[in-house]
Each structure stands twice: as structure tokens, then as C-alpha cells.
Design a binder for this molecule. Structure first.
Ligand SMILES: C[S@@+](CC[C@H](N)C(=O)[O-])C[C@H]1O[C@@H](n2cnc3c(N)ncnc32)[C@H](O)[C@@H]1O
Length: 302
């Protein structure tokens, strides 16, 4: 298998509880809900949620017929499955974004929220997303913005040694990156994405404000301020919706989920079901399907 960048591993993490439910982030969660309500298409057939985690955002995509929740962490997916349940609408997949296990042009939508900031090679990750999206598809990307007010002030006051104005990503903690809006726009454009709308999110991410004002009120204010996103981006979080150019209808999507997959080791498609696993006739690897999760992280040992 080719070498891919390191992964920020959430296996066994209590992220959903410690960061969201007990982490004092009701304001950010509601502000993101407002942004997604504005950006997510009202209808769609198959959505890929990249870095879905414990499924916090999954209920925010009501117009899609089916949703593939993809995450590297099996335990995050187990939490998502416990929350959302088993139904033909949800498909749970453990895989690395750098080696997406899908045939090309499969999805008509994708979201990637609070996940790009773990990508040491963001252009490579975005290229994978591009590969699996169909002509006309919608992509909603959230990224952590290095050009935010706090970073600018800290830089001007000499309290931060990296410049928020330069285009390269900054790794502020191991495998946690902030990006410059111009770099994100350039990478998306190079892949053929057409920008539709940008929303700036979390204008009021300040401990003092969050303590004084109710989360719902701050989120409503944020909802108004988000609308300036097409003009300037100086918030810590930015949502950008873009689309791929439409084209004449290609081959219809295969009806069986099994025919959607591509071997992440060698690129062979389709895979074949064999003894509770998926078998690749190209390289001979087998991939597990256990406890409702297709597992494309590591092949089963022979
Ligand atoms: C900060 S959490 C965000 C989860 C969810 N999107 C949310 O907003 O609540 C980032 C998620 O990205 C996943 N992730 C990080 N690197 C990944 C990779 N290379 N491939 C797939 N998932 C990855 C992590 O396992 C984690 O669940």
C-alpha cells in the first residue's frame, strides 16, 4: 500500500462528551447548525459525511436519502451507530480519508466538518473527496481559519510567532492545522470546485461572552454575522459550499452498496462479498464487515 500522511486517531476518545456535551460549546454547536441549515441542499440521494465522528451533525442532513458516515475511528462510528441506529439510510465505514474506499463519481453530496484541520496534506485529502463526487455534486467544507481576529491580535502584540497572513497551514498542536482562506479557495479551484457561498462561523467564541450571554442568543447573532462570509473571513471557523460542474448523466449508481466500493489498497472495483468480508480480486486483500461497520482501515490477515 502507498504511504499516506499520519492520522489524528480518535480511537477510544470521549470527544463527543468531553468536547461537546460537557465542554461548554452549546453556542458553537448551534451556530454550526444555523450554517448547515443554510448550506445543505434540501434534496439529495447519497451524501458522504467525512470525519463523521459520533454523528453530531448527521441529523442536519434531512434531505438526503442515504448517508455514508465515514471516520477513521471505529469507536466514534460505534457511538454514531448507537445514536442513529441501523437502517438502510445510514452506512458506517471505518476508513482513511486519504484512501477513500469508493469508486469514482459515486456521491452527489459530501460534507467535511471539523475534520480538515487534522489533515497534514489537505490538498491530497481534498483530491480524494473530488474523486468520489459526481458531476454537479455539492461539497460543504468547514475549516479552521488561521486569519482569525484572535490570531491577528496575538501576532501584532508579539505573542505568537507565526503570521496569520501567510498562505501556508500552521500546525498549532500536533496534527491540528489552521488554514488561510486564500489557500483553501485555491485548492478547491484547482480541483474544479465552483464556490457558491461562504459563511463565517463562531464570531463570538470568547469565554466571557459565552458566560454572560445565553448560547441561543449568541448563536442567533452569529447567524446574522455569518452572512458577511462572502466578503471577509476573520472568524476561527469558515464554512464554504461549492459545487462541481454538471455533466450529461453518466452511468447510474449501482443499486447494491457492495458495488460502491473500491479496494483502498489497489484501487480494484468492485469487491466481492465472501464469508462476512469483502474480497478484492485485484490484490487478494479481505476487508471486514463487523458489528454494522465496513472496515477499510487495515486488511484482514490472511
Ligand atoms: C474533531 S472530530 C469532528 C467530528 C464531527 N465532524 C463533528 O463535527 O462533530 C474529527 C473527526 O475526524 C476523524 N478523522 C481524523 N482524521 C481522519 C482521517 N484521516 N480519515 C478519516 N477520519 C479522520 C476523527 O476520527 C474524528 O472523528
Amino acid at each position: 500500500m502507498t504511504t499516506t500522511p499520519p492520522v489524528c486517531d480518535y480511537e477510544g476518545s470521549d470527544y463527543q462528551t468531553s468536547f461537546w456535551e460537557q465542554g461548554g460549546r452549546a453556542y458553537e454547536d448551534r451556530a454550526e447548525e444555523i450554517a448547515l441549515r443554510r448550506l445543505v441542499p434540501t434534496q439529495g440521494t447519497l451524501l458522504l459525511e467525512l470525519g463523521a465522528g459520533a454523528g453530531r451533525n448527521t441529523p442536519r442532513y434531512p434531505g438526503y436519502e442515504r448517508i455514508v458516515l465515514l471516520d477513521y475511528s471505529r469507536t466514534q462510528l460505534q457511538q454514531a451507530r448507537a445514536k442513529l441506529g441501523d437502517s438502510p439510510r445510514y452506512i458506517y465505514i471505518a476508513a482513511d480519508i486519504y484512501r477513500l474506499p469508493f469508486r469514482a463519481a459515486l456521491f452527489d453530496g459530501a460534507t467535511m466538518i471539523r475534520t480538515l484541520h487534522h489533515m497534514a496534506d489537505a490538498p491530497a485529502a481534498l483530491a480524494q473527496v473530488r474523486r468520489v463526487l459526481a458531476p454537479g455534486a455539492t461539497f460543504i467544507l468547514e475549516y479552521a481559519n488561521k486569519l482569525n481576529v484572535k490570531a491577528i491580535l496575538r501576532y501584532w502584540l508579539g505573542r505568537q510567532n507565526w503570521s496569520p497572513f501567510s498562505p501556508e497551514p500552521v500546525e498549532f498542536v500536533k496534527l491540528n492545522f489552521d488554514f488561510h482562506p486564500a489557500a483553501i479557495r485555491r485548492w478547491l479551484a484547482e480541483l474544479g470546485f465552483i464556490p457558491q457561498k461562504t459563511l463565517t462561523v463562531s464570531h463570538f467564541r470568547l469565554g466571557l461572552l459565552k458566560r454572560w450571554l445565553p448560547a441561543g442568543f449568541l448563536a442567533a447573532l452569529d447567524g446574522l454575522a455569518q452572512l458577511t462570509g462572502d466578503w471577509w473571513q476573520i472568524t476561527p471557523s469558515v464554512f464554504i459550499k461549492s459545487t462541481l460542474p454538471a455533466a450529461a448523466a453518466g452511468e447510474p449508481r449501482p443499486a447494491s452498496v457492495l458495488d460502491w466500493f473500491q479496494c483502498p489498497a489497489c484501487g480494484q472495483t468492485p469487491l466481492h462479498s465472501q464469508d462476512d468480508a469483502l474480497h478484492c480480486s485485484g490484490c487478494g486483500q479481505n476487508w471486514a464487515y463487523r458489528d454494522g461497520i465496513y472496515d477499510f482501515r487495515d486488511p484482514l490477515s490472511a
